[in-house]
Design a protein around this ligand. Structure first.
Ligand SMILES: Nc1nc2c(ncn2[C@@H]2O[C@H](COP(=O)(O)OP(=O)(O)OP(=O)(O)O)[C@@H](O)[C@H]2O)c(=O)[nH]1
Length: 313
């Protein structure tokens, strides 16, 4: 039965599970964090404003029925300032080929202000299913909400419009359900039991990467990445974190290590403090530096976007 039809999808792609990326965008204070927490049910409420990176970042993961929804943040995507940011934006959206939908969250009380207008102007460039979400509907009369939805859709037609109050959960369940329908059939990218760790592991990698660049930006080309390999909660509640810094050449490895290991020590101790803050626990951080040529050329490397996938997946 197995080899009869070579056209059959491979078993690991065949299950009825669905999985996809949802980009959640919106002006500051629109309620993105509140919505994320409501969507992921507080289980993965990792919301850090500290890590300012231009890379795509997983902000929350949740399971709805058979679907795994991965909410990503694409900071700076609409207003890239530096050249590096612009390059990253291109790659972020390129990589977000997997993004099944882009949700624009608008504070209904604020309505179509300048900032939201600016986002709407850029949105047509993003060729993804677009969902408008009017938030904070508890603060705005119904007639005004309908008028606002109409006005925004007249400016840019959205595929769907939702009205919610993220704070009290109003409308969030139907949004979740709909998003689960929209993502494509495919295997889950994160094991269910790792859901709560995944964003923390990623954030931890981003933090170390940030420290690396703070210290070595002149000496180190844009050719390094950080992976969190181990995230183990110890009996005493502290966390053992092992990370690998990948560079492209031996000469870069030497720079990262520094004279008598001083550079890596300094990077590690700064990263450890911040990782401890986001994890709200004592952290023991172990950093390894490895040379891996051409890691950046491999298009399959979601790591480039700051995404981290399970080994062997
Ligand atoms: N009344 C009301 N307030 C809300 C609602 N959703 C969010 N808020 C409030 O709006 C404020 C901003 O919410 P955040 O979730 O921090 O918004 P955000 O700035 O988009 O989140 P980030 O993207 O992480 O910066 C907070 O005070 C929330 O409590 C809502 O549905 N109703």
């Amino acid at each position: 039965m197995t080899d009869e039809n070579p056209q059959q999808p491979q078993p690991y792609e065949a299950p009825q599970t669905r999985c996809g990326f949802i980009a959640l965008i919106g002006a500051p204070n629109a309620g993105k964090s509140t919505l994320l927490n409501a969507l992921v049910g507080g289980k993965v409420s990792i919301v850090s404003h500290k890590v300012q990176t231009t890379r795509t970042l997983v902000r929350g993961i949740t399971i709805e029925g058979d679907a795994q929804l991965i909410f990503v943040d694409t900071p700076g995507i609409f207003r890239p300032k530096r050249r590096l940011d612009r390059a990253m934006v291109t790659s972020a959206w390129g990589g977000a080929g997997d993004a099944d939908a882009v949700c624009l969250l608008i504070d209904a009380r604020r309505g179509l202000d300048e900032e939201n207008e600016a986002i709407l102007d850029k949105l047509p460039d993003v060729r993804r299913r677009k969902i408008l979400i009017l938030n904070k509907i508890d603060l705005v009369p119904r007639t005004a909400l309908l008028a606002l939805a109409e006005k925004i859709n007249a400016k840019l037609p959205f595929d769907e419009t939702f009205m919610i109050a993220a704070l009290n959960g109003d409308g969030v369940a139907s949004l979740r359900k709909r998003l689960a329908e929209l993502v494509q059939p495919g295997p889950w990218l994160y094991p269910e039991d790792q859901m709560s760790d995944a964003p923390l592991r990623q954030l931890a990698a981003e933090i170390t990467r940030e420290k690396l660049f703070e210290r070595l930006h002149d000496e180190l080309p844009y050719a390094s990445t950080v992976e969190t390999d181990q995230w183990t909660v110890q009996k005493d509640g502290s966390i053992r974190v092992e990370q690998t810094i990948f560079v492209e050449r031996e000469s870069q490895r030497k720079i990262v290590l520094g004279h008598q290991g001083q550079a890596i020590k300094a990077i590690g101790s700064r990263a450890r403090v911040e990782i401890g803050e986001i994890a709200e626990a004592k952290v023991h951080l172990f950093l390894f530096v490895k040379v891996r040529e051409n890691w950046a050329d491999d298009p399959a490397r979601y790591r480039e976007m700051g995404l981290e996938f399970p080994r062997g997946g």
